[in-house]
Each structure stands twice: as C-alpha cells, then as structure tokens.
Design a protein around this ligand. Structure first.
Ligand code: F6R
Length: 361
C-alpha cells in the first residue's frame, strides 16, 4: 500500500519524521543526559575499554557507517572508521581484541556483511549489529546491537533506513560518550538536537516543489560532482549513490579538499556540482572551494544552512548541532534524486540491475 504516493521511494522519504521518532522513542535518559540501548550487551566497563571502532557495511549502509564513525570519534573520542564489508573480508584484516566491530545492514541479510561478521566472531571479536530487520541473520549472529526501527523499506534504494541508521549511530555515540568523557552539558545539547530532528525533517520536505524544479534543470546532465568536507563528505557520497541508482546519471563524490588534486580538471558548465556546506568551523574552507568552481564556470547547487553567494542555487536546510547536521543534509538530495529520476521516466522503486538485498557473493 503506497498510501497515496506514486512510488515507495516517495512514500518512504516522507515517512522519515515518524521513523526518526521511532528510533528515539523510549531511549532518552534525561536524568543522566544519555540514552539507553537495551540490546547493546555492552556494560560500562567494557564500553570504557574499547580502543577503536570499526564499522562495516555495504552501499548506503556503509555511508551511514561513515557518518557513524565520525559521530563516535567526535562524541566518544574513540578512533573510529568505516570500511566496505566486502573489502574488509577479502583483505585478511588484522582482528584486534580491543576493537569494537559494528556491522550495519538494513536487511540484515547482505552476504558480504554476514560473512564479515562470521569471520570476526570466529576470531573472537565483539561484533554489534545496527540493523533494521528484526531477527535477520546479521542481528542473530551479532553479540548485541541496535535496531533502527525505520519500518519496512520496500523501494530497492534506501532512504528512511539510511536516515534512521545515522540517528541510531548518534545514540550509540552519545551513549559511549557519556560512559566515557562527554560532559553532561554536551549530552544535553545532543539530546535537544535529537529531539528537534523530526520537526526539521518535515521542514525540509516542505521544500519539495523547489527541489522538483531544480531536478528539471539537472535531468539533462550527463554527469554530476558531489563534494563535501569532513561531516559533509559521507553526505556527498550517499547523495551521489542515490542519484546514480535511480536516475542512471553518472555521479562522483569527492572530498572538497581533494578538488585541486585532480577533479578540478573536469569543471566546466556542463558538469554541475552539488556542494554540502554546513555552517560549522569549515564553512570558509567550503566557500573557497565554491569560488574555485565558480571561477571555472561550473554550475553549483549548494545544500547549506544559509544562502551561498557563489552557488547558482542554494537549498537551505535547518541547522542542528554540528555533530548531527549530516543526518539532515542528505534529505533534500534524496528528493533531488527522486525527481530527477521521475523527470527521466525511470523505474524508481526497482532500478535496473539492482536487488533489495544482496544475499550472494
Ligand atoms: C542503496 C542500497 C544498497 C544497500 C546495500 C546494503 O540505496 O539500497 O546500496 O544499501 O546493498 O544493503 P543492506 O543495508 O540491506 O545490507
């Protein structure tokens, strides 16, 4: 049942405020400015002994993991990174007893992720799952974890589950942070930010008509560049994947800082750039990147917290706490991918060559 929407993708994009409500529900502890994660299976002493966090997933879940790694590093000050599960399992990685491994998967059935989990368990590692489908293989094989409660996701490409997974990581980062050295004041600040998310998501979705108009402009592009820096980079990665999957337009994501090391050579009017420009301590650096693109007559769409003078168009998104901004900044770009695909007459819920869960090698 699509509930009045033409596609599941559209329906699922519009379900995100409710979905985020669900992942937060019953988990916030105002008394200690932290969150309770019932299924984590990690006591405080164990949480304090973690020396590293390694997050594994594929596709969109990998991108959510990149955002999660940044949140854990920022809020809990534990070195953290994300890696595609498939790469990890084939490179005979060193398995370290002081590392917390986290497997991320919407379906909980992706074979590359499951195989990585099994290999890690075989070597005695502790593995948590950040999973949407309750009782799925990855959820069962993990030592504990967090359900992301996005609800059923039918469209082959992931939208609401991505958003909820990033929120689940914010909860985990806050929990680990408050078990270690994050202050009460910062805990309160993050909790207040989390509570603002559903309303801010609805605010973003109200700009749909404006984004639909932009999509008409971009539908004839042969290729697009997505750039972001630090918090904006995984957002750019995910937005680029979403556009590719549903519109079949070639897209490439780059850290904004890498522009001058190569991709600047591609800039010309026919290659539009989408730039993620959060209002954080890197704002001026990002503005400089826009200037470099403008100087080469590149067309720019900025997703930012305030109008960007160097951009041809800006989609303004509501500001949250710096650490939580990535949760929101990709949402307008889900709509951009959707409306671009719609303008091109693509089979949005079932893109060619793709399956919802990849249970083979
Ligand atoms: C992208 C997409 C895929 C999946 C990937 C992992 O929109 O849907 O990239 O994210 O196949 O799937 P899960 O999360 O089920 O492990």
């Amino acid at each position: 049942d699509m509930g009045g929407h033409d596609t599941y993708m559209h329906k699922e994009i519009h379900e995100q405020a409710d979905a985020v409500d669900r992942v937060l529900r019953g988990r916030i502890d105002d008394r200690f400015s932290t969150v309770h994660l019932g299924g984590l299976n990690l006591d405080a002493r164990e949480a304090r002994q973690i020396r590293r966090v390694k997050i594994l997933g594929c596709g969109t879940s990998y991108h959510a993991g990149m955002i999660g790694a940044q949140m854990i590093e920022e809020l809990a000050r534990i070195p953290a990174d994300a890696e595609p599960a498939s790469e990890f399992r084939y490179r005979n990685a060193v398995v370290d007893p002081d590392t917390l491994y986290i497997a991320v998967s919407q379906s909980g059935e992706t074979y590359d992720v499951l195989a990585a989990v099994q290999e890690l368990k075989r070597k005695g590692a502790r593995v948590l799952g950040v999973v949407n489908v309750v009782g799925s293989a990855i959820a069962r094989e993990s030592d504990g974890g967090i359900y992301v409660h996005a609800g059923p996701e039918v469209c082959v490409v992931s939208t609401k589950c991505f958003t909820n997974t990033t929120v689940a990581f914010a909860l985990l980062a806050l929990h680990l942070g408050r078990t270690r050295d994050l202050s009460v004041a910062d805990g309160k600040r993050i909790i207040a930010g989390l509570r603002r998310l559903p309303e801010q998501i609805n605010e973003i979705l109200k700009a749909e008509d404006e984004i639909k108009e932009l999509a008409q402009e971009f539908a004839d592009a042969r290729s697009m560049l997505f750039i972001g820096r630090v918090r904006g980079y995984p957002v750019a990665r995910e937005a680029s994947l979403k556009l590719k999957e549903v519109s079949y337009i070639h897209a490439e994501a780059y850290p904004a800082s890498e522009l001058k090391h190569g991709p600047l050579a591609l800039i010309e009017p026919a290659l539009p750039t989408v730039a993620i420009v959060p209002d954080d301590d890197l704002l001026e650096k990002n503005r400089a990147a826009l200037e470099e693109i403008k100087a080469r007559s590149g067309k720019i769409l900025a997703v930012a917290h305030q109008e960007q003078e160097k951009a041809d168009r800006t989609v303004v998104v509501p500001k949250n706490e710096d650490e939580l901004d990535p949760i929101l900044m990709g949402i307008p770009l889900q709509l951009l991918a959707y409306h671009t695909a719609l303008a091109l007459g693509r089979d949005i819920d079932k893109p060619r060559n793709l399956a919802k869960s990849v249970t083979v090698e």
